[in-house]
Design a protein around this ligand. Structure first.
Ligand SMILES: [Fe+2]
Ligand SMILES: [Fe+2]
Length: 159
């Protein structure tokens, strides 16, 4: 899959996960964890695989995107550190959504067309493969980490 298609698909998936996290009446924490894992893995894959290629096209192209990733990580930490019952939770999640939506729109408007225009089809495909591989490894890692960090709690509660 081409990098450009992969990223658009992951942006749409982020929107779906935001909808779910903001609307669910069930496991809000679980839905939010899925969302934040997705966002973190997506951003890191962009930074490690894609942005260096874009840097080679035009040095100033990714400065804004990198800053926005930093702000997004900060907002993710605020959401993760807030209990779903907290009155601020929904407002923080909604703020994160606005940030991510605007950022994704800018990437699709400013960055993805440059990839299509200036990288070969083969490079676009290769970057897509590399990003998907890294994205999946990061999500799997965070699931394992999440499971193991919660295991002692469950045991303690069960005892
Ligand atoms: Fe991004
Ligand atoms: Fe993105």
């Amino acid at each position: 899959m081409k990098a450009t298609q992969l990223l658009k698909g992951q942006h749409r998936e982020a929107e779906r996960l935001f909808d779910l996290a903001l609307s669910t009446t069930g496991d809000v924490r679980g839905a939010t964890d899925e969302l934040t894992k997705h966002l973190l893995a997506h951003m890191l894959a962009e930074q490690v695989v894609l942005f260096p290629e874009l840097l080679a096209i035009e040095p100033d192209l990714i400065g804004g995107a990198c800053e926005e990733h930093t702000v997004t990580r900060f907002e993710i930490r605020r959401v993760v550190g807030t209990a779903p019952e907290d009155p601020s939770f929904k407002a923080r999640l909604a703020t994160l959504r606005e940030l991510v939506t605007r950022h994704a729109e800018e990437e699709e408007r400013d960055l993805l067309p440059r990839i299509e225009a200036e990288l070969t089809e083969d490079t676009n495909e290769r970057l897509g493969r590399q990003m998907l591989e890294l994205f999946e490894a990061l999500v799997a890692h965070s699931r394992r980490h999440h499971a193991s960090s919660h295991a002692p709690l469950r045991t303690a509660r069960a005892a």
